[in-house]
Design a protein around this ligand. Structure first.
Ligand code: ATP
Length: 233
């Protein structure tokens, strides 16, 4: 069983401070959300864990693996799935080829593709179609399905609700809850606080690159300040 541990993480782009002294853990099977406004530092935090942003940290570990020393492409093999902001599917490849690429570096322990089609029947129906022809919601399902192909133990998701209709956001929430109930740990970064509170049990609030509040998702969704700023209530 592997815990994702982030201790004292800071991200700077030249003179721009995107994250400062961020610490948290994601236990096996846990669902942790990070909410915050545009520019709060959420994406930078995820990218830094993945080794895709300039970072300084006391520690970033996944179980026994020291991620500060692990090249980005090896993280998939350690059981870390990543769904980047904006999906980044390969539009000129078929749905099936996009999925197979998700297991490219760990083909020896990939999830059978039929399991992904069971989870997302729409991808099975469209397996021969070019990913670029899919709707935004279908592309988001494809990005999640692609990350599932390496049989992850934890999945990092960056704003999966971006640009989706409320109905499709509800569909994504349902899938994430189903995956979490099956034992997959989830780290969900979102501007959509409602979705995050629905999917996760624990939550952090990021402001100006720092963790400004934390608690159970139920507690935070009842907090008057959080309701006013992040739920518009
Ligand atoms: P969003 O919800 O819009 O994705 P965010 O909370 O994920 O916002 P980040 O994207 O992490 O925030 O950005 C944090 C800060 O870092 C912002 O001030 C942003 O302009 C800056 N930033 C992000 N990426 C870069 C980059 N590649 N170069 C320079 N500055 C950057």
């Amino acid at each position: 069983m592997s815990t994702l541990t982030v201790e004292g993480l800071s991200v700077h782009y030249g003179g721009v401070r995107a994250a400062h002294d961020v610490s948290f853990t994601v236990e096996p099977g846990q669902s942790l959300g990070i909410i915050g406004a545009n520019g709060a530092g959420k994406s930078s935090t995820l990218k830094a864990i993945m080794g895709l942003a300039p970072r300084q940290a006391r520690a970033i570990r996944f179980g026994a693996h020291d991620l500060l020393r692990a090249p980005a492409h090896t993280l998939v093999r350690h059981g870390i799935g990543y769904v980047p902001e904006g999906r980044h599917v390969f539009p000129g490849l078929t749905v099936e080829k996009n999925l197979l690429l998700g297991a490219y570096t760990s083909s020896w322990k990939r999830t059978p593709i039929d399991e992904v089609y069971e989870l997302f029947p729409v991808l099975g129906e469209m397996r021969g179609r070019l990913a670029g022809a899919l709707s935004g919601g279908q592309q988001q399902m494809l990005a999640v399905g692609r990350a599932m192909m390496c049989r992850p133990k934890v999945m990092l998701l960056d704003e999966p609700s971006m640009g989706l209709s409320p109905k499709l956001v509800g569909d994504i929430a349902g899938v994430l809850k189903q995956l979490n109930a099956g034992g997959l740990a989830i780290l969900l970064v979102e501007q959509n606080a409602k979705l995050t509170f629905d999917v996760t049990t624990t939550c952090l609030v990021m402001e100006n690159g720092e963790i400004a509040a934390s608690g159970t998702s139920a507690e935070l969704s009842d907090d008057p300040q959080v309701r006013r700023i992040y739920l518009g209530l």
